[in-house]
Design a protein around this ligand. Structure first.
Ligand code: DC
Length: 222
């Protein structure tokens, strides 16, 4: 079974997808980490985020891999071109460039092919922007998570504060809205809910409540 979880930045996708993976014992596939890994490699190698051809070539030649060291459903390591980029893909530099990289059609083609390969023959809970629409259009369960921009900014600020980074919530909200706007308006695979996805507004819900709702959908389709 494939469980597709899509939604905008900071909608709670990662937290929810990982919690679903743990509860159901199904492998988690973080497709955002793959776009981030390619972006990291471009920055590392000095490849311009405007050079679509070089980016595509790099994405094709350097398949992103995940290592599940503890044998659990959540990957411990994200790797590209031999580098462990698990934490490096979360830097502000990668944040600032990943939308441009993920808007390149041939980069998306390479990563979508890799995502299908990683899920081949197994059950996965995949999170991203185009999972239910493009990557796994036949996924048995499709969920599109939303939350108000204000709520998403609040969550992001709390997350960052947990990492010792203090930020202004209004600024965080403005940045999130800019990234959503970019991800939703790009020509290739824009962020959008699949016609057959279940919309789940998580504003005011706990993670547990959201996971319960997804588990109920899984039970229905099993
Ligand atoms: O989920 P995230 O914030 O780690 O994703 C990073 C970026 O990658 C985000 O700006 C949109 C892009 N992305 C995408 O275009 N398609 C996906 N399936 C996953 C992420």
């Amino acid at each position: 079974m494939i469980i597709a979880i899509d939604g905008p930045a900071a909608s709670g996708k990662s937290t929810v997808a990982k919690a679903v993976a743990r509860r159901l014992g199904v492998r988690h596939l973080d497709t955002g980490a793959m776009y981030r890994a390619v972006t990291w490699l471009a920055l590392e190698r000095g490849v311009s985020t405007g050079d679509a051809e070089a980016l595509a070539h790099m994405a094709e030649e350097n398949p992103v891999s995940f290592e599940y060291l503890s044998d659990g459903p959540i990957a411990d390591v994200v790797r590209i071109a031999g580098h462990d980029v698990t934490t490096a893909v979360r830097t502000p530099d990668v944040d600032a460039n990943v939308s441009a990289v993920s808007a390149v059609p041939a980069v998306r083609e390479a990563l979508v092919a890799r995502q299908r390969e990683l899920a081949d023959g197994r059950e996965v809970v995949a999170e991203g922007r185009d999972i239910g629409t493009v990557v796994f259009p036949l996924a048995e369960v499709k969920v599109f998570l939303t939350a108000s921009a204000q709520e998403r900014a609040r969550r992001r600020r709390i997350d960052l504060a947990g990492q010792g980074v203090e930020v202004d919530e209004a600024e965080v909200q403005a940045r999130l809205e800019r990234r959503d706007q970019y991800d939703s308006s790009r020509e290739v695979s824009p962020l959008a809910a699949a016609g057959d996805a279940t919309l789940l507004d998580t504003t005011g819900l706990t993670v547990e409540q959201v996971v319960d709702a997804i588990e109920a959908l899984v039970e229905e389709r099993r």
